[in-house]
Ligand binder design. Structure first.
Ligand SMILES: CC(C)(COP(=O)(O)OP(=O)(O)OC[C@H]1O[C@@H](n2cnc3c(N)ncnc32)[C@H](O)[C@@H]1OP(=O)(O)O)[C@@H](O)C(=O)NCCC(=O)NCCS
Length: 422
């Protein structure tokens, strides 16, 4: 393979954004005027944020990729995450190492900027695996007949409504009065992020993420989005497939029963013309328990991969189940980012975790504990809740014993889902 003379760097304001859009057009399919406008703003935003990379071969743009400044929730705590998107190489330049060189530059930049995590949706996995990303979670879509949203089940009358903070008073029939819901716009970006953060934290979610305020502002300004804000909920949706027969709910997050009903009620109000509602939801979304008939058809739309860039920060920044308690010695290997490699002690207690270099006193006192051995792919998958038994059979973990496997499963086990698609 002949190695081309490449220049890889962050794109600047005076670089040709149309060349990036042309690469996008050739790599990901047709774009109409509205798409072009949207992606042009997106690329400019990422250039301003210092997150848009380009690859030039003899002055010609032959590759590009960006990352978004995100916060991903892990057991309800937000961890800074670099969400990689728009990875592409010009068709005539493919298969010559451009993609690999670009992804190495991105990986180094994201690690240097201090992101503990990076996630991406792979169109092909080999390149990303070779740099330490691994399959971690899903992006799910539900298909719901429009009419079935119009008559959601009422709360079980035998159960008094919970008096959680921010929720309706105990004993209020139907879970309390409907919340104040209003249309949202670009000026509400910070409030939208704050509401989503509160909902994901309250639900102890694993996987959902929030974007930076500028990206949220751009999204909220989109001409095809209808959005609504409640004190503890947010809804963003639009028409789907170019007709009024289908709706796509991009986000519906609610922190209480009355808010869930109110927001789904807005979607349901379209039932007279809308046959089908598509909705990006997690597998445990309450909507699966709110329709009268079993007609929420959930399917895995895309899988996403995770890369742990800074293992110690990724562990100390996330939440863990308060009941889980573990101390396990890990031997981490990482050729690409060696700063995080080596022997470490993972400790999880009272919902907090730490990963310290070496073997701490207490774990040294557990005789016969062979370290659990993980590469970056195994560590990313473990972090995302893939069971140790799966990792062993997949060839992504070795060492340790049954007790360490059970301890690791107890602290990490989850089925993370991402709502945003990037
Ligand atoms: C995927 C893409 C970015 C790879 O860029 P590239 O410059 O061709 O990749 P490289 O030459 O650096 O190859 C890197 C490795 O990935 C592998 N690879 C590249 N493209 C691949 C593909 N489409 N399918 C499977 N493996 C692929 C190569 O074999 C190589 O593996 P090796 O180093 O073990 O030999 C490029 O093909 C592209 O733009 N495709 C269309 C858009 C796309 O799918 N983007 C990815 C979105 S997540």
């Amino acid at each position: 393979m002949s190695q081309p003379e490449l220049t890889i760097r962050l794109m600047r304001a005076d670089d040709d954004v149309d060349a990036e859009l042309d690469l996008r057009h050739r790599s990901f399919g047709p774009m109409d005027e509205a798409d072009r406008e949207f992606w042009s703003a997106e690329v400019r935003g990422c250039i301003e944020g210092g997150r848009q990379f380009g690859v030039w071969d003899d002055g010609r743009l032959v590759g590009a990729a960006r990352y978004y400044d995100m916060r991903q929730f892990w057991h309800g705590r937000a961890v800074p995450m670099a969400g990689v998107g728009g990875v592409k190489v010009a068709p005539e330049a493919r298969g010559r190492g451009v993609g690999r060189a670009l992804m190495i530059a991105l990986l180094d930049a994201m690690a240097e900027r201090g992101y503990p995590l990076s996630a991406l949706y792979p169109a092909t996995a080999h390149l990303y695996r070779s740099l330490g990303w691994e399959m971690a979670g899903g992006h799910y879509r539900a298909e719901i007949p429009g009419r079935s949203l119009g008559s959601l089940l009422p709360p079980d009358p035998r159960i008094p409504a919970a008096a959680e903070p921010g929720q309706a008073p105990a004993g209020t029939p139907g879970g309390g009065p409907p919340p104040a819901v209003r249309r949202a716009g670009p000026q509400d970006a910070d409030d939208v992020i704050a509401v989503l953060t509160a909902v994901h934290a309250g639900a102890r979610d694993c996987g959902p993420a929030t974007l930076d305020p500028d990206s949220v502002r751009r999204w909220l300004a989109g001409p095809h989005l209808f959005s609504y804000l409640a004190p503890d909920g947010f809804l963003g949706y639009g028409w789907h497939g170019g007709s009024d027969h289908e709706i796509m709910v991009h986000v519906l997050a609610a922190g209480s029963a009355p808010t869930a009903r109110a927001l789904w009620g807005i979607v349901a109000s379209h039932a007279s013309v809308t046959h089908t509602v598509h909705a990006v939801v997690g597998p445990d979304d309450p909507i699966g328990w709110l329709t009268r008939e079993p007609d929420v058809r959930l399917r895995l739309h895309k899988r996403w991969m995770l890369r742990v860039l800074d293992p110690a920060a990724a562990i100390s920044g996330r939440g863990f189940p308060a009941a889980a308690d573990a101390r396990v010695v890990l031997r981490l290997a990482d050729d690409q980012l060696p700063a995080g490699a080596g022997l470490h002690t993972l400790t999880v207690r009272d919902g907090e975790g730490s990963l310290l270099p070496g073997i701490t006193e207490r774990s040294a006192a557990s005789p016969g504990q062979e370290p659990v051995m993980l590469g970056p792919r195994g560590f990313a998958a473990l972090y995302a809740g893939v069971p140790m038994a799966t990792l062993r059979v997949a060839g992504l973990a070795a060492g340790g014993n049954r007790a360490t496997d059970e301890a690791l499963d107890a602290v990490f086990l989850s089925h993370p889902h991402l709502i945003d698609y990037f």
